[in-house]
Write a protein that binds this ligand. Structure first.
Ligand SMILES: [Zn+2]
Length: 106
């Protein structure tokens, strides 16, 4: 196991930027179709409004992750400043916190 190098992100071999960009596009499509439904029928039930808000939050997280990538701060925990493990980034590419800070924040 080698230590992750959060400040050196090789965008030519790292698939995460592409994965995040694809997720962002998918969420934007989902949000747009939800907004169209809202215009036609403003009385949406709670479940679909919850899904809508969650999608918006996920979209914001992904946009933030992409901007961290371009700033070179991607993969650095926002709480302790330590490196977020590759395994964790693999599962949650938009995460802002390392494993132990995420557990503490719960
Ligand atoms: Zn941390």
């Amino acid at each position: 196991m080698t230590m992750p190098q959060p400040t050196v992100l090789d965008t030519t071999t790292d698939l995460r930027p592409a994965t995040l960009a694809r997720l962002k596009t998918e969420l934007e499509t989902a949000l747009r179709s939800h907004e169209e439904r809202l215009v036609q029928d403003p009385e949406q039930d709670d479940i679909s409004m919850t899904v809508y808000r969650r999608s918006q939050e996920a979209h914001d997280e992904i946009v933030a992750a992409l901007s961290r990538m371009s700033e070179g701060t991607y993969g650095i925990c926002e709480t302790c400043g330590g490196a977020i493990s590759e395994d964790r980034l693999e599962v949650m590419p938009h995460t802002r916190l390392c494993m132990s800070c995420a557990h503490r924040a719960r």
